[in-house]
Design a protein around this ligand. Structure first.
Ligand code: ADP
Ligand code: ZN
Length: 297
């Protein structure tokens, strides 16, 4: 059995073909331009293989409501040509196979759960801190879904009294993404996040905002492990600062070893590096194949 996976991002699409055991047999990166350019190449890539199902982990927001006429489409993105783009429909029309669809961060959470930093558990939360901020959640092996997928990057945080930056979220100004994403750091401090020195005051503030977010995720969904990836987290000094701040904020209220002595293995970087999302997309392909097969027997 061959499985197809797509990790669809704002700068590139990663397409992969894998087998049931998770081995990747072929992989290609395609630039995210307009849908005609990108999707022609994506479809061409998969037509070279006899895949049995496809999993897509996509940038969003996306429509995941099976009852909705727009199920399987990207919804309100500012990326030219991609708003209301019927992603799942296009792939089904081209390849005639079952297609699984979820967010990029849900894909990363699945990948890390099965093959990375949360292996052996039945759930985890994957947070990315990059161009945007977002999180995916797997609980009891299921991707979490309500009305739609969660949007955990747009929560409000208590602002530092020293921080008068107005925030850059086009919807909420100073939500978490508006004050703590890579572009927010650049707008506040006047230089790219990757150029700020490791001892810059930016990082204490960043750790404070991210720890507040983690506190809320822990209190609301009680994740089994928290994995934090994305470009900004290449600043490895953030990890110990975030862990300490989370402990201080929770103040002993959540009395689990994970949050006390075990916090170094509770709040962790990804193990799959840049491959979390595409690995998750292939797992989704396997799940959708199995679901369809089982419904026939
Ligand atoms: P995306 O979110 O677009 O998928 P990334 O996760 O790589 O991509 O995030 C890109 C953001 O991460 C940019 O805003 C960039 O400034 C920031 N970034 C990349 N490398 C570093 C670094 N070493 N330190 C801090 N920030 C970084
Ligand atoms: Zn926002």
């Amino acid at each position: 059995m061959y499985l197809g996976g797509i990790e669809a991002g704002g700068t590139k699409f990663v397409c992969a073909v894998g087998d049931e055991s998770g081995n990747v047999l072929a992989k290609e990166r395609i630039a995210t331009k307009d849908p005609d350019y990108t999707m022609d190449r994506v479809i061409h890539f998969f037509k070279n293989f006899q895949i049995d199902s496809l999993g897509i982990a996509s940038f969003g927001p996306i429509d995941l409501d099976p009852e909705s006429a727009a199920y399987g489409s990207i919804t309100s993105t500012p990326k030219p040509g991609w708003a209301n783009y019927p992603f799942v429909g296009t792939m089904k029309d081209a390849l005639h196979l079952p297609v699984g669809f979820t967010t990029d961060v849900n894909g990363a959470a699945l990948g890390e759960l099965y093959h990375g930093a949360a292996k052996g558990l039945d759930g985890c939360l994957y947070l990315t801190v990059g161009t945007g901020i977002g999180a995916g959640l797997v609980n009891r092996n299921q991707l979490f879904q309500g009305l739609s997928h969660p949007e955990m990057g747009h929560i409000l945080v208590r602002r530092s009294p020293k921080d008068h930056f107005e925030g850059i979220c086009p919807y909420h100004k100073d939500c978490l993404e508006g004050v703590a994403s890579g572009p927010a750091l650049k707008a506040r401090w006047g230089k790219s996040a990757s150029e700020l020195p490791a001892d810059h005051e930016a990082w204490q503030m960043e750790a404070d905002y991210l720890a507040q977010a983690l506190m809320q995720y822990i209190l609301i969904v009680s994740p089994k492990r928290i994995i934090i990836g994305g470009g900004v987290m290449k600043q490895k000094q953030l990890f110990p600062m975030i862990r300490r701040n989370v402990q201080e904020l929770l103040a002993g209220y959540i009395d689990f070893p994970e949050v006390r002595g075990g916090i170094d293995s509770y709040i962790v970087p990804p193990e799959l590096g840049d491959n979390s999302g595409i690995t998750g997309a292939l797992i989704l392909a396997k799940r959708v194949y199995k679901a369809q097969h089982e419904s026939r027997v």
